[in-house]
Design a protein around this ligand. Structure first.
Ligand SMILES: Cc1ncc(COP(=O)(O)O)c(C=O)c1O
Ligand SMILES: N[C@@H](CCOP(=O)(O)O)C(=O)O
Length: 465
């Protein structure tokens, strides 16, 4: 399997190379040259597989040639053995047609664990084999950071630097990052917002002057292809449980960086009958605006009750644009250059293609609270604010009556007790046992100005030998 850049100029890479990078050298994002396809019978047969076996089936064609199959299987089995629910991703029924896919049973209580627990193991495996050390960098609005640290903390050959917006993540999210002990783990609290952190990570791929020549830079954000790959699996898992391939299913996905929903788009491209993908945004609604007005532009970032989705530039949207524009790298390079300078309008044909599969819905903080409260009252089911946005969007979208809608529940409500309280729910969601002493653990982080030079200096000064 080869991977090509959305901007057409960077060299094609194999899986191992793509795992060990982030942005392509032309500034684009890597995507598979072609997608593996599963027949209706293949999908029917998936009903007999448990989550790790299904993950192996879906992931193996993307990794083919880079990691021996038996080793890949072990890495995948070990990854999902860490999850606290036997089903790994249990489905919960809210009403006759609404379902929630719980993606928060991993160690850090967010869907990011599905990919980052595997990514950490893949990196460890490949780096040991290559006798190589790398620098890992990530930007987080709260969840990617802790999941990346948790996923990579046992890797011997890394230094990891995670940038989060100072005082803009929930207390549980912050403590999950800053209480993990290790001389090679660095939490940088940037006096800016998530977009600033993400821009610095991307800039580091263009300016690696602060790194020794023998250290590669690896991204743990969803610009790294391996993140998206692992997230494709749970679309198959949920749809097959609900009757695919005989029955098609819709998904509502709380969206920020467009990584999770892009994995759903790929699942459809691989043969899964997905009726609709609903882009569910908070007030930072760049994706809802583009879907409803054709206009793709930056607006100032708003801090909401769903902080992990406080993002105004959705990195992975470029991967979708690449397909919508006929996989024309030059067209995407031109489009993204113009986007860097201001507003762009998508073509009619690109919009028409997007509308065949995607719908979108924007949810305010008030609506988020109302959804948490009403789902609690009607179903005694507690949603976190991000998942509540997904459920709200699912309920507002018109779909054929026979199509079940699955909302991806992307985080555990215990990560966001303030939002739950604001929604008027009196029961406090408790942290699971392994995190019960989270508030007593010592924290370690460094506050830095919103300045790329300061970040580069910090990283250069704190690399291990
Ligand atoms: C809890 C939660 N929900 C939803 C999202 C949005 O996912 P994506 O960025 O892949 O669109 C994120 C982070 O990005 C998140 O942490
Ligand atoms: N929501 C994320 C932001 C980064 O998204 P990613 O999928 O590109 O890692 C977070 O919580 O950190």
């Amino acid at each position: 399997m080869k991977y090509i850049s959305t901007r057409g100029k960077a060299p094609a890479l194999d899986f191992e190379q793509v795992l060990l990078t982030g942005l392509a050298s032309d500034g684009g994002l890597y995507v598979p040259e072609h997608l593996p396809r599963f027949s209706a019978q293949d999908i029917r047969d998936m009903a007999a597989l448990d989550y790790p076996a299904l993950a192996h089936k879906i992931i193996a064609p993307f990794v083919a040639g880079s990691i021996p199959d038996a080793d890949l299987k072990t890495l995948i089995d070990d990854t999902y053995a860490e999850f606290r629910h036997d089903a790994v991703a249990p489905l919960v029924q809210l009403d006759s047609n609404q379902w929630v896919l719980e993606l928060f049973h991993g160690p850090t209580l967010a869907f990011k664990d599905f990919a980052l627990q595997l990514l950490g193991r893949l990196l460890d495996y490949v780096l040991e084999r290559r006798h190589q050390k790398v620098v890992i960098m990530g930007a987080t609005s709260g969840d990617t950071g802790s999941a990346a640290i948790e996923g990579c903390k046992r890797c011997k050959n890394i230094d990891i630097f995670i940038l989060h917006p100072h005082q803009r993540v929930s207390e549980v999210q912050r403590r999950q990052m800053t209480t993990v002990v290790g001389d090679n783990i660095h939490n940088l609290a940037i006096e800016g917002n998530f977009d600033d952190c993400q821009a610095m990570v991307k800039a580091s791929f263009a300016d690696r002057s602060f790194l020794p020549e023998d250290r590669s830079l690896v991204a743990v954000n969803s610009i790294n292809w391996a993140r998206i790959m692992a997230q494709i699996v749970y679309y198959f898992y949920a749809a097959v449980a609900l009757g695919a391939p005989e029955r098609s299913v819709a998904f509502s996905v709380p969206t920020g960086n467009f990584g999770d929903i892009f994995a759903g788009y790929l699942a459809q491209g691989m043969g899964l009958p997905i009726e609709r993908l609903i882009i569910a945004t908070n007030t930072n609604d760049v994706l809802h605006r583009v879907m409803t007005t054709r206009s793709y532009d930056r607006q100032p970032l708003v801090h909401t009750l769903s902080p992990s989705m406080d993002i105004t530039v959705s990195s992975n949207f470029e991967r979708l644009l690449f397909d919508l524009y006929g996989r024309d790298g030059a067209a995407i390079a031109d489009l993204m250059q113009r986007f860097d300078k201001g507003e762009i309008k998508l073509s009619d044909s690109a919009m028409a293609r997007a509308a065949e599969l995607f719908s979108s819905y924007r949810v305010s903080d008030e609506e988020t609270c109302a959804q948490i409260a009403s789902t609690w009252e009607r179903c005694e089911y507690l949603l976190d604010p991000h998942s509540a946005i997904g459920v709200r969007a699912a309920m507002q979208t018109k779909l054929p009556a026979h199509v079940p809608v699955v909302t991806l529940a992307t985080a555990h409500p215990a990560k966001f007790p303030d939002a739950v309280a604001k929604a008027g729910v009196e029961d406090r969601p408790g942290l699971p046992l392994h995190l019960r002493d989270l508030y007593d653990r010592p924290e370690r982080s460094q506050v830095l100005p919103n300045d790329f030079a300061a970040v580069k200096d910090f990283m250069a000064a704190n690399l291990s030998a």
